[in-house]
Design a protein. Structure first.
Lengths: 281, 281
C-alpha cells in the first residue's frame, strides 16, 4: 500500500473529513492538510483528528501536496482544481469526490498546467448530515468508489487512485464519466428528488401521523439544499430523464389504481419488491 | 388499567403478533387467542409468546372473547369482523388495525348483530417485514394509534379502546374515518407508492451503485404486494389525489431543473428540508 507524504484535502465536510480521518487512522499519510474557507470548520476537522494541518489559503495548503482531493460542493470543484493545479508541485495528481462527473471531467481532463493531471473520483458514501463533526473513519469501508478515467488518463494515475480508495476500504469501479452520470441520476439524484418532493407534499397537520416508513422515504430530503441544487443542475440532462422515467412509472401506478386493475397493481408492486429485495438492507 | 380476560386476535402477523406479545408482557390479558388460517404461522405465534391459545376455527376462537382485534389484510377485515360478530359473546367490542378506515367503518358501523359494536383502530406502526416472527412487544410504544369513532360510537367503547392502545404504549388520536384516510394517503400510502415506483425505475445494472440513500428511499417497496394492493385500492380516491399532488410537485421540480432556475430549485429543496427536519429522525 502506497504511503503518502502530504495529502491536501480542499473542503473538510463529511466526505473530506472522513477521508482525512481514514488516512490518519490507517497511517496512510504523513500529513493531511485541510483547506477550507471557514476557520470554525477547520478547527472541528483538526479537533476530530481528520487533518494534521489547516489553512484558509488554498495555494499555501497545496504547496507541498503529493495528492490533492477536492471535496467541495459540485459547482466549485472545477475552480478549486484549477486553483490547486496552479499552486501545487509540478506533476501533481488531483482528484475530487463529486457526485456528477461529466461536466467536471470535461472542464479539467488534459487541461491542467505544469504536468498536473486530474482524474475524477466518486466515493458512493455519505449521509444527509454534513460537516466535519459527522466524519467517520470507516465511511468508505465496503462502499463503492467510482473512478472515471478518459483516454487522456495515465495508467499509473489510475492505479494510484485505485490503491488510494482501496486503502480507505472501498471497492473501486471504473466507469466513463457519461456512464457514471447516467447511473447516478437514477441511483442517487432521483431518490433525492423523490424524497424532496415527498417532503414537500406532506404538510404540517400530517406530521404527527408520520410512521417509520415516511421517515425513511424522506430522509434524503434533509440534505443540504445548496449542495443538491448544484448536483442536480450539473447532471441536468440525465436527471431530467430519470425524473421522466419515474414519472412514467408513477403514471402507470396511477392508472392501475384508478382502473381498479388488481393484476397490474400487483405486478407493479411485485416488481418493486423484487428490485428492492435485490438491493439488500 | 383494565385487565382483560380473553382477547381474540384474528391474523397473527407482525401487527397481530406484536399486540399479543405486548398484552402478555404487560400482563394485560389472561388469555390471548390467536386465530389464523395457517398452522405454521400460529405455531410461530405461540412459540414467540404472542398468544396463549391458537385455532384455525374463527368461530371457536372468538367464542369467549371480551375483545376481538382483526389484524388481517385490509381487504378481509370486513368479512372477518362479520364472522367474528356472529360467533362471539353478545355485546362484544370488535376493532381492527387496518391502514384504510372509511370503507371498513361504513360497512360495519352500527350494523353488527347481537349488540356487538365495531370501532376502527389504526396503530401507526409496522415494518416492511411481516409475519409473527417479526413481532415486537414494544412495536406500539410511543407510536400513534388512531381511533375513528362515528356518531354511533358509544363513549365507553371509545374509552375502552383508548385505554387498550395506551396500555400498549401508544399515544391515541381521534379522527373521523374520512380524515384518517385523507391523511394516511399522504403520510403512508404515498410514500409506499413513491418507494415502489423508485424501485421499479432502478434497473439491475445500477444495483451495485446503490448507496444508503437509495436503500432508505426504497425500503417500503419491500412490503407485501398483496397487503399493499388491498390498501391502495381501498383508499383509492385519496391515494389518487395524493399521487396527483406528488406528481405536481415533481413537475415543479422538473421545470426548475429544466429551466436552470436556481432560485426556484433552492426554494423547493429548502422547503423539503424544513419539512423533513420537522418530522424528526
Amino acid at each position: 500500500m502506497k504511503h503518502w507524504g502530504d495529502v491536501a484535502i480542499i473542503g473538510v465536510g463529511l466526505i473530506g473529513g472522513s477521508i482525512g480521518l481514514a488516512l490518519r487512522q490507517r497511517a496512510l499519510a504523513d500529513n493531511v492538510i485541510g483547506i477550507g474557507r471557514r476557520q470554525v470548520s477547520l478547527r472541528i476537522a483538526r479537533r476530530v483528528g481528520a487533518v494534521t494541518h489547516t489553512t484558509v489559503d488554498l495555494a499555501k495548503g497545496v504547496a507541498r501536496a503529493e495528492l490533492v482531493i477536492v471535496c467541495t460542493p459540485a459547482g466549485q470543484i472545477v475552480e478549486h482544481v484549477r486553483q490547486a493545479a496552479a499552486a501545487c508541485p509540478e506533476g501533481t495528481l488531483l482528484t475530487d469526490a463529486g457526485s456528477a462527473k461529466q461536466a467536471i471531467v470535461e472542464a479539467l481532463d488534459g487541461q491542467l498546467p505544469r504536468g498536473c493531471r486530474f482524474l475524477g473520483s466518486h466515493p458512493i458514501a455519505g449521509s444527509e448530515k454534513g460537516g466535519p463533526s459527522s466524519a467517520q473513519a470507516n465511511l468508505f469501508e465496503g462502499r463503492v468508489a467510482v473512478l472515471t478515467p478518459t483516454r487522456n488518463t495515465r495508467a499509473e494515475d489510475f492505479d494510484l487512485l485505485e490503491e488510494f480508495w482501496q486503502g480507505l476500504g472501498s471497492v473501486v469501479l471504473q466507469m466513463s464519466p457519461e456512464e457514471h452520470d447516467r447511473a447516478l441520476a437514477v441511483t442517487s439524484h432521483l431518490p433525492h428528488m423523490a424524497a424532496a418532493a415527498l417532503a414537500v407534499t406532506v404538510s404540517e397537520p400530517c406530521f404527527r401521523l408520520a410512521g417509520g416508513g415516511l421517515l425513511d422515504a424522506t430522509r434524503l430530503a434533509a440534505g443540504d439544499p445548496n449542495l443538491w441544487q448544484q448536483i442536480l443542475l450539473m447532471n441536468r440532462g440525465n436527471v431530467l430523464t430519470a425524473l421522466e422515467q419515474f414519472g412514467g412509472n408513477l403514471s402507470a401506478l396511477h392508472a392501475a389504481i384508478r382502473d381498479g386493475n388488481e393484476a397490474e397493481l400487483k405486478r407493479f408492486l411485485t416488481t418493486a419488491k423484487k428490485n428492492r429485495d435485490a438491493l439488500g438492507s
